[in-house]
Write a protein that binds this ligand. Structure first.
Ligand SMILES: [Zn+2]
Length: 426
């Protein structure tokens, strides 16, 4: 069955799964090692997370992305997916336009890269267009400035699939596998919750809000109440990639999100957790569009966007991402955004409520990341209205098992934690 991805084009899937065939096609190719960053993106491209792009972007696509937020053919696209390289490396690996190169990771074959174009691009201009700033303290700008002086564009074909380590193994699904599972579950409406967080009750309510909004227009007979008959679901899609100290460790994010289902806060048949490899760029509104594109490719119908989606510091207004999404014509982005306000705890109502819903605005206690963090650091179980006790237990387990004693990324974690995937000998 042909699957359609973002832009109404067939879902990209460029993977040679037959190992004998893979060994044969890479036999005489020149090789070039890649960083984790580039390996992650090559894997994302080949599985179709970034459909319709089939490889690292060529100059015309990068230019259109920066200037018009679309690919050269007019498909909406917000963040350049580029392969940077130095002149020295081009000379060392004898790379020429028209070559087929075997990219290797950890010394093992990863993907074939068809070098269709070698080009330069103004990095300051790219930063300004994508991030709206040239300030190097913005992490996305910093990443852009760190690019080497040339770029390679061309198609990527995965020849050796990544091995996902525990505890992530069952949470990594390709876009095709996501869609097959949704069909099996009978889900017709699926809303994405993008996350890099361990969930507190505020997050839980954002998901409940989005779930209800995604299917609230259906007749009640279809809003099935019997377990096993749901036609709508929430997909928590965790972003796993480059970490900064102070972030939650990936293991805690994925396992704690899933604990909400395991402990029954969401029924088994309406909630599911998966992960996507992606290094956050913190591009705020443009990154929100990118997330919408990825989730379209996963086969989702709706996407929740909350306050300051994918932002950093004070670079973007709280709801700037909403405004950018609203400016895109419906036919150009085939996923329905669900815009949500914050949820907070109201001591007067004695419950978690949507900000602006009850009349006790002076008493509302907003969920602050810093406050939740200090609660977790103190290891004192918070009230279940704020933080689910089962989730709290999983945070503590992850801290011991994977975080060297902390659920937050430390220098030790950065140096010693194993990457979520490896590439084994072919
Ligand atoms: Zn209230």
């Amino acid at each position: 069955m042909e699957m359609i991805g973002h832009g109404g084009k067939p879902l990209v899937e460029q993977v040679i799964t037959d190992k004998d065939q893979a060994r044969k096609v890479i036999k005489d190719l020149k090789t070039m090692p890649v960083s984790r960053q580039m390996a992650t993106e090559a894997i994302g491209i080949a599985y179709g997370f970034f459909s319709p792009i089939e490889g690292f972007m060529k100059k015309a696509d990068v230019e259109a992305t920066c200037k018009k937020m679309e690919l050269a053919d007019g498909t909406v696209w917000s963040i350049p997916i580029v392969y940077d390289i130095s002149d020295q490396e081009i000379a060392d690996y004898k790379i020429q336009q028209g070559d087929k190169i075997l990219l290797t990771y950890d010394g093992n074959p990863l993907a074939i890269f068809d070098i269709e174009e070698i080009y330069t691009y103004d990095k300051e201009g790219m930063a300004q267009d994508v991030y709206g700033t040239k300030e190097e303290k913005h992490p996305g700008v910093k990443r852009t400035y760190a690019y080497k002086d040339k770029f390679l564009g061309g198609k990527i074909t995965l020849v050796n699939e990544p091995k996902i380590r525990e505890p992530f193994t069952s949470y990594f699904l390709t876009p095709r596998q996501h869609r097959e599972l949704f069909t099996k579950k009978g889900w017709q409406r699926i809303v994405a919750h993008q996350t890099r967080n361990v969930p507190h009750s505020g997050h839980e309510w954002l998901m409940k809000h989005a779930y209800i909004a995604a299917h609230g227009d259906l007749p009640v007979e279809q809003q099935e109440t019997l377990e096993g008959r749901a036609i709508s679901g929430v997909l928590v899609n965790c972003i796993v990639g480059e970490k900064r100290t102070g972030d939650y460790i990936d293991e805690a994010i994925v396992l704690c999100q899933d604990e909400l289902r395991k402990s029954g806060y969401f029924r088994n048949d309406i909630h599911m957790v998966t992960m996507t490899f992606w290094d956050m760029r913190y591009a705020g509104p443009r990154e929100a569009v990118h997330h919408a594109i990825i989730r379209t490719n996963l086969g989702l119908t709706h996407h929740m966007f909350g306050r300051d989606h994918a932002g950093v510091g004070t670079y973007y207004h709280s709801y700037q991402a909403h405004h950018l999404l609203m400016s895109i014509p419906k036919e150009k982005l085939n996923i329905t955004p669900i815009y949500v306000l914050e949820w907070a705890y109201c001591p007067h109502c004695g419950e978690v409520t949507c900000v602006g819903l009850c009349g006790h605005h002076k008493e509302l206690q907003k969920f602050s990341g810093t406050k939740i963090r200090s609660i977790i650091m103190d290891e004192v179980k918070p009230t279940r209205l704020i933080f689910r006790p089962e989730v709290f237990d999983v945070v503590m387990e992850c801290s011991k098992k994977y975080g060297f004693g902390s659920p937050f990324v430390t220098t030790q974690y950065l140096e010693q934690a194993k990457p979520a995937f490896s590439i084994e000998p072919l």
